[in-house]
Design a protein around this ligand. Structure first.
Ligand code: DX5
Ligand code: ZN
Length: 230
């Protein structure tokens, strides 16, 4: 599979992005194969630095190992206070797209430009408390906007209903080829509602890896999204 910015070359329509934060780290390769076989188009990787969010997760060596294991698109979500530094580290490690928090930088436009130079997808994300208007100046330049549907930091939290209006507002700022991702509390009940509001990349952690049957969980998400599209 082709490497680099995945967002405009993947087929139109909703994409499923399992969040590896919720996988069994002792069996990560096996579980990646399961989600890919079940039809997940993208792998979502959550990076936490213990500062921007009160939790730690994985770093560049994890991404490097996954990169050697699969050509599947790696969608790296960096919840860190120093995105300028870490964009370079995760680019070297093999990310295909990097999404940074708009709250963590004074120069979102510069970071988006840098991601373009690196040949990577450029994603910008907002915490639940950050107004959609904060995106206005850079909306035209990004490949993807991630609307957080929980407070970043932990998997397994409940979907925040009041983010549905924000999803619609952000969709209204984007052109058709630009992606809108949602992340946090996504399952077969919340995914179709987000898709109806304008989301087309659905991240899910607990719902997939905590389910006991990974393939069935991916397929049931897909069915729920497809049913809502008709
Ligand atoms: C939260 C992370 C999410 C998280 C989603 O900080 O960005 O990607 O893993 O997990 P679930 O789907 O379990 O809410
Ligand atoms: Zn995430």
């Amino acid at each position: 599979m082709q490497r680099g910015n995945p967002w405009r070359r993947l087929a139109d329509g909703a994409l499923i992005a399992p969040s590896l934060l919720a996988c069994d780290f002792a069996r990560v390769g096996e579980q990646i194969e399961q989600v890919i076989r079940a039809g997940a188009e993208v792998l979502h990787v959550d990076i936490m630095d213990g500062h921007f969010v009160p939790n730690l997760s994985m770093g560049p060596p994890f991404v490097k190992s996954i990169r050697k294991f699969t050509d599947h698109p790696l969608d790296v979500h960096i919840m860190v206070t120093d995105p300028e530094y870490y964009v370079e580290r995760f680019a070297e490690a093999g990310a295909d797209s990097i999404t940074f928090h708009i709250e963590a930088t004074d120069d979102a436009a510069g970071l988006i430009r840098r991601l373009g130079e690196l040949g990577l997808g450029a994603g910008v994300t907002l915490r639940p408390g950050t107004d959609a208007e904060e995106l206005r100046d850079v909306a035209a330049d990004v490949d993807m906007v991630l609307v957080m549907t929980v407070e970043p930091g932990y998997g397994g939290q409940s979907f925040m209903e009041d983010m549905l209006d924000k999803i619609s507002a952000v969709r209204g700022m984007l052109e058709p080829g630009q992606r809108l991702e949602v992340d946090g509390g996504i399952n077969a009940e919340t995914a179709p509602r987000c898709a109806k509001a304008g989301a087309d990349v659905l991240v899910a952690g607990e719902n997939i890896f905590g389910s006991g049957d990974i393939a069935a969980a991916v397929q049931s998400l897909r069915r729920a999204i497809d049913a809502s599209a008709n």
